[in-house]
Design a protein around this ligand. Sequence first.
Ligand code: TMP
Length: 215
Amino acid sequence: MGVKGLLITLEGIDGSGKSTAAKHISTQLQEIMPERRLILTAEPTGGEAGKILRARLSSDGPCSSPSRRMEELFLFMADHADHLARLVCPSLEEGAIVISDRYADSTAAYQGVTLQGIVPDPVQWIRSVYAPWNMPPDLTLFFALDPALALKRMRSRQEREKFEQLEFLRSVNENFRRLVALEPGRFVSIDASRDAQDVAAQALKRILKRVQTSL
Ligand code: TMP
């Protein structure tokens, strides 16, 4: 039998440093395990639904109508389904380590805020829609950072995306914390307030530990 694939996801609010860490982690992991196939991917993806989402994220404000918010949720879900079918599942079947910068938990956390008042308990509702067909991660690193600090870090960025506002990020952060509490065996929290190298080192250590237990 071939080596077992492993799915690792990185989650956190905007500005938590997970995308920078993802690049460091994948370079270092590939150096440590040159024989292992490693895929670094992200959601929204570069697929059809992902492209529509990216275009909207830089234009739309978060206060759109209920029907637009539902449309956005289904675009994130369609993008996730496409990601699973096109890349995640085939790569895992080939025994790869797949690292995804955002995954289904982002939908529960972010759209869990945008759908408040439209569906009852949106976090739980989104989780229940995903449950029958999602590929659950083996490990999820939650990049824990105070939303005010995350926003301060993002001030230096040229372009702002629509979800980068303090009250909104606070609510998203609460949802992430709820998800961590619901599945403590899958989530590991990373202290994302440290400098970038330290954050990447903490994350790499956790990933290596999980890779070793899967062998
Ligand atoms: P990124 O900044 O990590 O590339 O993600 C783009 C934005 O999309 C970010 O503000 C989080 C948001 N997002 C959702 O609202 N729902 C989702 O399911 C995903 C994957 C991202």
